[in-house]
Unconditional design. Structure first.
Length: 392
């Protein structure tokens, strides 16, 4: 009976061991505790954020074991809360944090007295509390970053739409094609701060897209060379005309379908936009930047709207020019008809006809032939040399 009482007394004494004594006992099993914590962290790695490398898990396991041993001696719960926030910043997930606390409690239950188990409860609660505070701060910070990023995107998109509308208004106000095309490319380059802008229109037969306007010295040289690109060929312009779709090269060095222009050595990214008017593609715009990945899908939406307006402006200018030519021709015919009505003899009629037609057509000499007679009636036109003789 005496021996049994002594054994009970010894067990009760162990259960009343102080945290410092518990720390000393646990220190002997530090490696075993570190190993358990590592197993837990590796088993819950799926719950961690992507920024936490799995190679960091053994270091975190050792740091947690050391921190718990220190806590048994100091009882500094505030420091553990800070540590929990640090774990959140590192990228540990909630599952990992909960399992850490459970593992610490179980380890203390297996090897230590009740006093150490209560310390493990305090440690785990403080660690989780700090973690949740840290996670909340991270979520708020990331939400603010997302809000700012969205605001930048919206602001950029709004600026693009405003600028596109300005370009469209300016293009619509110019009715002479010879003025319209250079004005459009210069305006787009200046407003969007592009490195180069070129405008291509389909040539006769639709086999080639022919450069009709280009910015800067490079544009001037290409216009002088009669620069053109085959529709459907190995160029972004040719591809977008053939497919009536915009195409982006975020890094021109890696783009397979692209014409590498030696006159534009600083181009790093490019976007080609089809010019579509009344459902028909009439050409394409190429816009180029010195920055890699300067364009996005959102840019296509805004700039394609502008390109469509530019295409309509080009077609309107063409129609206006044709209308002007038709009107001039009608006026010329009306003037000639009026003068012919006042003529009383054949020679006057013929002289009036060749003179008026020659002047209208810009010919240096006009000749009229009657039937099969070899005698020709001609009239020398006092005007700048034109396309040569005109026979009626």
């Amino acid at each position: 009976m005496v021996l049994e009482a002594q054994q009970i007394k010894r067990v009760e004494s162990e259960n009343r061991a102080s945290p410092v004594e518990a720390r000393e006992r646990l220190a002997v099993r530090r490696d075993a505790l570190t190993s358990r914590l590592r197993e837990v962290l590796e088993a819950t790695a799926f719950s961690n954020r992507f920024l936490l490398s799995p190679r960091r898990l053994p270091q975190i396991a050792k740091a947690e074991a050391d921190a718990f041993l220190d806590f048994l001696e100091t009882g500094d719960a505030d420091r553990i809360r800070e540590q929990g926030a640090e774990r959140a910043e590192e990228g540990l997930g909630e599952q990992a944090m909960l399992r850490l606390g459970t593992t610490l409690r179980q380890f203390c239950r297996d090897y230590l007295a009740d006093e150490a188990l209560r310390a493990a409860d305090v440690y785990a609660d403080a660690l989780l509390e700090g973690f949740m505070i840290g996670r909340e701060a991270i979520v708020l910070r990331e939400q603010e970053q997302i809000r700012r990023a969205l605001q930048r995107v919206v602001s950029r998109y709004a600026l693009q739409l405003t600028t596109a509308a300005e370009v469209s208004r300016a293009a619509s106000s110019i009715l002479e094609p010879v003025r319209l095309l250079p004005e459009v490319v210069d305006l787009i380059r200046d407003r969007f701060n592009f490195y180069y802008v070129g405008l291509f229109l389909l040539g006769e037969g639709g086999e080639y897209a022919v450069l009709r306007a280009g910015t800067g010295e490079a544009g001037r040289q290409m216009l002088g060379m009669g620069h053109k690109l085959k529709v459907g060929g190995t160029s972004m312009v040719g591809w977008c005309v053939a497919n009536t779709k915009a195409r982006i090269a975020l890094d021109v060095g890696k783009e397979a379908v692209r014409f590498d222009n030696p006159l534009l050595p600083e181009t790093r990214s490019e976007m080609a936009l089809p010019l579509i008017s009344r459902g028909q593609v009439i050409g394409a715009l190429t816009v180029q930047s010195t920055e890699v990945a300067a364009f996005s899908d959102e840019d296509i939406s805004a700039l394609q709207t502008m390109a469509d307006q530019v295409a309509n402006a080009i077609e309107n200018a063409r129609l206006f020019e044709e209308t002007q030519h038709l009107a001039q021709r009608e006026r010329t015919i009306s003037q000639i008809t009026s003068k012919l009505r006042s003529a009383l003899d054949l020679e006057t009629i013929l002289q009036t006809t060749v003179q008026e037609l020659g002047q209208a057509l810009g010919a240096s000499e006009a000749i009229v032939c009657l039937g099969t007679e070899t005698t020709l009636l001609s009239h020398q036109i006092e005007a700048e040399p034109g396309d040569g003789d005109v026979k009626v």
